[in-house]
Design a protein around this ligand. Structure first.
Ligand code: 3HC
Length: 282
């Protein structure tokens, strides 16, 4: 096992951010995705973010170069087999994540940690398909990962104390604050954030106010850095819908019912910033 290597599975916004902070903090990173293009886009995103940080003086030129030098990419999951920790950041699809965890469980070393960055899918479920469920935990980063200070740690039913403490230590080593959550739909952050965004979408779809005024109201009235509709576009409307579906199904409570307009936007491919259109045009 390479004690300094972190595997990151999935090269989307979150995977790229996790790879970036891991490399910046001195770890070797293996960023895996099935899609070569996604890996190239992730590297461009990481370079752009590191440029911004070094432009602001947060990172030196040397630190930026070293961080980039520590990131390798791969299109075979097997390349993660020697990592001391693999952080999965694949799309929010339980079947896909279960398949990844099953495969990872077969290939990593006996004391490696398997962590998921899932926004809401049960850690107990993901652990259940691995050979060693006690070594699985949730490690939920926030978007944009290089700037957001929080990692939410989630204990699955089977997660051992040793695993959880290692995940906590790793998050702190990555420069993040840590909170602990039980394994229930949405954990802490999305349990509270997703219903707020959903309510903003209901309000918008009822014509209560314009998108701009809903966002302005929440920004200036409650000091949020982004209004809820802007934030939904930023995170991705498909991600918000997936989280709400997990909350709705998991609790069986109609208060979590996704706004029909959200579902319609996702069906239309209006996913927010990443597709060029959501509640706003980009
Ligand atoms: N890397 C490096 N620098 C970045 C960056 C990145 N990825 N993104 C933005 N920046 C920099 C900008 O260049 C800018 O630098 P400057 O001050 O020198 O101009 C600075 O950060 C501020 O950016 P902006 O001026 O563009 O915008 P803001 O002042 O609004 O800050 C923000 C951006 C930090 C994203 C802020 O709007 C914010 O905190 N928004 C809320 C984000 C949030 O709530 N995230 C959690 C979402 S929920 C989640 O992730 C869970 C998931 O499971 C759904």
């Amino acid at each position: 096992m390479h004690d300094k290597t972190i595997g990151v599975v999935g090269a989307g916004q979150m995977g790229a951010g996790i790879a970036q902070v891991s490399a910046t903090r001195g770890f070797e990173v293996l960023l895996y995705d099935v899609d070569e293009e996604a890996l190239n886009r992730a590297l461009d995103r990481i370079k752009g973010s590191l440029e911004k940080l070094s432009g602001k003086g947060t990172l030196s030129e040397e630190e930026k170069r070293d961080a980039l030098g520590r990131i390798r990419t791969a299109t075979s999951l097997k390349s993660c087999k020697d990592a001391f920790c693999v952080i999965e950041a694949a799309p929010e699809n339980a079947a896909l994540k279960k398949e990844i965890f099953h495969q990872l469980g077969e290939m990593v070393h006996a004391d490696a940690i398997l962590a998921s960055n899932t926004s809401s899918i049960s850690i107990t479920l993901l652990a259940s398909v691995t050979a060693h469920p006690e070594r699985v935990a949730g490690m939920h980063f926030m978007n944009p990962v290089p700037l957001m200070k929080l990692v939410e740690g989630i204990r699955g039913l089977q997660t051992s104390e040793e695993t959880f403490l290692k995940v906590k230590a790793l998050a702190q080593h990555l420069g993040k604050e840590f909170i602990e959550a039980k394994d229930a739909p949405g954990f802490v952050v999305n349990r509270i954030l997703a219903p707020m965004i959903n309510e903003a979408i209901y309000a918008y779809s009822e014509g209560l106010a314009t998108a701009e005024d809903i966002d302005k109201g929440m920004m200036l009235g409650t000091n949020q850095p982004m209004g809820p509709l802007t934030l939904a576009d930023y995170v991705g409307l498909d991600v918000i819908l997936a989280v709400l579906e997990v909350l709705h199904e998991g609790f069986g409570d109609p208060k979590y019912r996704p706004a029909p307009l959200l579902r319609q936007y996702v069906t239309a491919g209006w996913l927010g910033r990443k597709s060029g259109r959501g509640f706003y045009q980009y």
